[in-house]
Design a protein around this ligand. Structure first.
Ligand code: BGC
Length: 772
């Protein structure tokens, strides 16, 4: 466990230069604003190890699939989030020698991420010849109020140095992805302009033909006065810049404000990209650094006001949860329904920036409870717009009649992942997408969504479940064969309990929703029936059969649900019997051994019990928890959070806390030794859920919000913000009491420890903390 970052409530601080951890720090100190993201690469030239990463939401490349043996139906490509033209670059030359932090004589170095205000700062000082010292400082942010704008304030201060400094702000469009399957470059230059003070490059992606214009301009001051020196303009293929030389004496300070505008053809017509970038740059300079920063900080203030979690008595936990909330909001702002949340957000190339079931299963519940309902609605609309593509996905696999199989991994609705056991077999993702509709409506009360969009999606998914299930003449039950459940450590299994449960639930929920829409919105109902060609009597009757006769693997001797048909044929043993040096097993064991073992990568039966816990009594939850937790190795970042929530649900706070700790600082402490690849953005939502739904016990049941708070011994108190049907409230939990504060103008009805209360607008109520 690495602990090179200082613990602080609102800051992440790296003291001292750690080049061996540069990739990790580049991920940790990433900034983003939902529209674009930037790893913490240096502004200056750096010849050391680094993963360059500038990402623009929605701009991707379909990299040709690489598989050993091509099978019918394989996706043609694996989508890649693109390392886009670099806008942060400012090269520095000191007396004719290029500054390179890998070789410079560094006296001090400090990197700070301010999560409260959303900016990244870097300070360092170096010795140049004859003990002359220069101090450097940069602060940058990707504006939350003007999402296409990035700003850097860069300064050089001479302590006792006399000589010439050259600053070279530039845009570099000669960029590559490290994970390119065939090593090719994904960009081609389309246009380029460079002047004194500014430069723009328009690049396009190969195949997908996204056009991106990246422009920069700057102001330069010496001791607060504009520098009059003429810059030389650099204008060559895929590179534009200006080089300005300034003489410095002891005590002098040079300050550059670099403004960048990044526009893509997703938001601006291709023909006007250059013109639009120029306008955006002009506006940014007119506003200026301070005003842009102020507006940006105000946006962060709003975000924290409705999503902050405060933990007293445990600074590591406090920093961990704020880091997670911060990164989630940097990744997705919910303003554009074409965008989604990649498991690594904008912090690395892994997972291609594509959408996984992680969005519906983990991220959506976070945004539902912390942001305006439009944010979660846009996540649902993203899938609604991909319905046609999902029907095609299903057709490719032989399904018909409008059955929809949503992709396991996608950018535009097409499947774009090429591991068979994940792509074709993890059909449970279809269930997560259906459940998300239910989850959205129960949180927001936005019933209109069902008739407007939800029902069509549910019909498509239900048709898929119906066709995917088959009747077993032997067992006289419906089966769902050949799947991978959330536990990716067993493939091609039959009757994964979680998948079968979700299938039946979706069919029932669709039938119920059909009846409700028919009654409440008859004309919309008729339209949907027509559009989907739904055969009301036959299809309903067929679905009811499957609901009645689905097979669920179950072990009557232990009285637990079985992860899949053959689970008990495995040698069952607790994960603690695996020698420590063989963990994680995915890095030490052969795939053959993993698949045969009883060890579970991530919540599977428990994932299902988490979704449908209200259908089971506490004893059932406990029996299943005790059975599966011991065999779960939690080698997916999405696992421990769900187990932690379930542990809280069965009131085992010690276990809940132990599991919570595994998720809370996963990236900050780099538990899995992979932070260099990027952060685990979607699992961060799981961590938040482990506090709010786990310790806080927040649930929405029968259109009512309830909490049942527990508190870990180590914490003095904690509080969280949450929303329910337009009402923002705060719950503060200490060992003695629970305080509910209603932060909205409406009255809040809330169930605290099983009893309903009313909390008036802008008032608070205190409740005695119960032990259980
Ligand atoms: C998990 C999947 C998840 C993916 C992306 C995998 O390790 O097993 O459930 O969708 O990571 O986060």
């Amino acid at each position: 466990m690495k602990t090179c970052y200082r613990k602080n409530e609102w800051l992440i601080v790296e003291d001292g230069f750690n080049p061996e951890m540069n990739r990790e720090s580049e991920s940790i100190f990433s900034i983003g604003n939902g529209y674009m993201g930037q790893r913490a690469n240096f502004e200056e030239h750096y010849s050391g190890d680094s993963l360059q990463g500038t990402y623009i939401a929605g701009v991707y490349y379909p990299d040709k699939t690489r598989v050993g043996w091509w099978k019918n139906g394989y996706p043609e490509y694996f989508a890649k989030v693109l390392n886009a033209p670099k806008w942060i670059g400012i090269d520095v030359t000191v007396n004719g020698k290029q500054l390179d932090l890998a070789t410079a004589k560094i006296i001090s170095f400090k990197r700070t991420l301010n999560m409260k205000e959303g900016w990244l700062e870097k300070q360092f000082s170096i010795t140049v010849s004859k003990n002359k010292i220069l101090g450097f400082h940069s602060r940058r942010f990707l504006s939350m109020s003007e999402p296409d704008i990035g700003v850097i304030k860069y300064s050089v201060r001479s302590l006792n140095f006399e000589g010439t400094i050259e600053l070279k702000p530039y845009i570099d469009a000669d960029v590559k992805n490290e994970d390119a399957n065939y090593g090719i470059k994904f960009w081609k230059e389309v246009d380029r302009e460079a002047y004194e003070g500014a430069g723009i490059i328009v690049s396009k992606t190969l195949k997908t033909d996204f056009h991106v214009a990246t422009g920069m301009c700057y102001n330069l001051f010496k001791n607060e006065k504009p520098v009059s020196a003429k810059p030389s303009v650099i204008n060559r293929e895929e590179y534009v810049g200006n080089a300005v030389k300034v003489d410095l004496k002891s005590g002098d300070e040079l300050v550059m404000f670099k403004y960048a505008a990044v526009l893509s053809s997703l938001n601006s017509p291709k023909v006007s990209l250059i013109g639009d970038v120029k306008k955006r740059l002009k506006k940014s300079v007119e506003k200026g650094y301070s005003k842009l920063l102020l507006e940006h900080r105000k946006e962060w203030q709003k975000i924290w006001a409705s999503s902050d979690v405060e933990i007293k008595g445990d600074i590591a936990a406090q920093q961990g949860i704020r880091f997670n909330i911060f990164q989630l909001n940097q990744t997705y702002t919910g303003k554009d329904e074409r965008l989604n949340i990649g498991p690594k957000g904008f912090t690395g190339e892994k997972y291609g920036g594509s959408t996984y079931w992680d969005t519906e299963a983990f991220a959506l519940p976070f945004f539902l409870k912390t942001a305006d309902q439009k944010v979660a609605r846009n996540l649902l609309l993203y899938r609604y717009k991909h319905l046609g593509a999902s029907i095609k996905n299903a057709e490719k696999l032989g399904f018909k009649n409008g059955a929809a199989l949503y992709p396991m991994v996608t950018m535009n609705g097409e499947e774009c992942h090429n591991e068979w056991e994940i792509t074709f077999e993890e059909i449970h993702r279809n269930g997560a997408i259906a459940f998300a509709i239910f989850n959205y409506i129960r949180h927001t009360g936005d019933n209109d969504y069902m008739a407007e969009n939800g029902l069509e999606v549910l019909i498509g998914i239900s048709r898929f479940w119906y066709q995917r299930a088959n009747w077993s003449g032997d067992k006289k039950k419906y089966m769902i064969l050949g799947v991978t459940g959330p536990n990716e450590y067993e493939n091609n299994v039959n009757n994964n309990w979680y998948t079968n449960t979700l299938a039946v639930w979706t069919l029932s929920y669709t039938l119920e929703s059909l009846s409700r829409v028919k009654k409440e919105e008859p004309s919309k109902y008729r339209m949907i029936i027509k559009k989907t060609g739904f055969d009301t009597d036959t299809e309903k009757a067929e679905w009811k059969q499957v609901i009645r006769k689905m097979y669920f693997p179950y072990d009557s001797s232990r009285d637990v649900f079985l992860q899949q048909d053959g689970f008990l044929d495995k040698v069952l043993m607790p994960a603690e019997m695996i020698p420590t040096e063989q963990r994680p097993i995915n890095q030490h064991w052969s795939w053959d051994r993993i698949l045969r073992s009883c060890f579970i990568k991530q919540a599977d039966v428990l994932q299902g019990l988490y979704l449908f816990e209200d259908k089971y009594d506490t004893d059932t939850l406990k029996r299943n928890f005790d059975f599966y937790e011991t065999m779960t190795v939690h080698e997916s970042s999405l696992s421990a959070c769900i187990h932690s929530i379930m542990a809280s649900r069965i009131r085992n706070i010690v276990k809940a806390y132990e599991l919570y700790l595994r998720t809370a600082r996963l990236d900050l402490d780099d538990y899995n030794h992979e932070v260099g690849d990027g952060l685990h953005i979607t699992s961060m939502a799981g961590t938040w859920l482990a506090i709010v739904e786990g310790f806080g016990g927040m649930r929405i049941v029968d259109s009512k919000v309830q909490v049942h708070p527990l508190i870990p011994d180590k914490w003095k108190s904690y509080s969280f913000h949450a929303r329910f049907r337009g009402i923002l409230f705060e719950v503060k939990v200490s060992h003695k009491e629970v305080i509910v504060r209603n932060l909205s103008d409406k009255q809040l009805k809330i169930i605290v420890y099983d009893k309903e209360w009313q909390v008036n607008s802008h008032e608070e109520r205190s409740f005695k903390k119960t032990k259980k």
